[in-house]
Design a protein around this ligand. Structure first.
Ligand code: IPD
Length: 269
């Protein structure tokens, strides 16, 4: 089998299985919610999906490491990447959307080897859209019985751009105000902007050319790991907002095509 194909197939299978759990819970009248903070929620479904995904990976690859959202929130691991094969997992990205039955939720699974993402899967179980990529083999969307190769948009002006903007749940009001102020010129010039509530899907939207640029401060590695490979395999760039060298664990991201990135850099303060 081609390199990492087995890992990709496992990640796709687990994303679909976790997606099935999410879809069923989504259509039930209410979800059991706990609060990490007023805007940072966790449901039984997040935990159930993470256990399902991690248990299956541990069984197949017992030596592999994990950077998984609920595991880390409970203090069982740290948000850091070493050289060992490491799975980055957000079992339910867009938990607030899930709780409100806003259909923009996803399972996000990626594998990093020597700190480089080699496979990435993002699955929206409500819209039944499966996005996936393998390093050097392109990014694809499987949905409605078809498979399409993904390409980022070729939009080369902000005035024609649909932009996604978000701030992580743990970013306080004053820090997010400062961040949004820095984006004033971008917001003023772009066609319009969105706050979709799932970073993994925001990345998938950029990879598939539906959204032109997405920027977030306060993001976590598990939210964007799989999406980052979707974007780069679709011909786009994933970078830090401030121009420092990009690191998945540095809690910031901007992603788009190369031309828009240059314009974004001119306009962000
Ligand atoms: C959140 C979503 C949201 C992003 C936050 C993430 P969660 O993930 O991706 O879009 O703005 O930074 O924490 O908590 O729903 O898994």
């Amino acid at each position: 089998m081609t390199e990492y194909e087995e890992h990709l197939q496992l990640a796709k299978k687990l994303a679909l299985a976790a997606g099935e759990i999410i879809r069923k819970a989504y259509h039930k009248p209410s979800a059991h919610v706990s609060f990490k903070a007023p805007t940072d929620l966790v449901t039984e479904t997040d935990q159930q999906c993470e256990t399902l995904i991690m248990d299956a990976i541990k069984e197949r690859f017992p030596q592999h490491k994990f950077v998984a959202e609920e595991d880390i929130s409970q203090g069982k691991a740290k948000e850091e990447l070493g050289d060992d094969p490491t799975w980055l997992i957000d079992p339910l990205d867009g938990t607030i959307n899930f709780v409100h039955r806003f259909p923009f939720v996803a399972v996000s699974i990626a594998l990093a080897v020597k700190k480089e993402i080699v496979i990435g899967v993002v699955y929206n179980p409500i819209l039944e859209e499966l996005y996936y990529a393998r390093k050097n083999h392109g990014a694809y969307l499987q949905a409605r019985g078809e498979e399409k190769k993904l390409n980022v948009s070729t939009t080369n002006t902000l005035k024609n751009s649909l932009v996604g903007i978000a701030c992580g749940a743990e970013i306080g009001r004053s820090e997010s105000d400062v961040f949004l102020k820095r984006l004033d010129a971008v917001v003023a010039q772009c066609r319009t902007w969105r706050r979709n509530g799932s970073a993994a899907l925001d990345m998938a939207m950029v990879a598939s050319g539906k959204m032109d640029l997405y920027v977030e401060k306060g993001i976590h590695a598990w939210d964007i790991a799989a999406g980052s490979l979707l974007v780069t395999e679709a011909g786009g760039v994933v970078d830090s907002i401030d121009g420092s060298s990009f690191d998945l664990c540095h809690r910031q991201v901007v992603t788009c095509n190369q031309e828009l990135l240059a314009l974004f850099r001119l306009d962000i303060k």
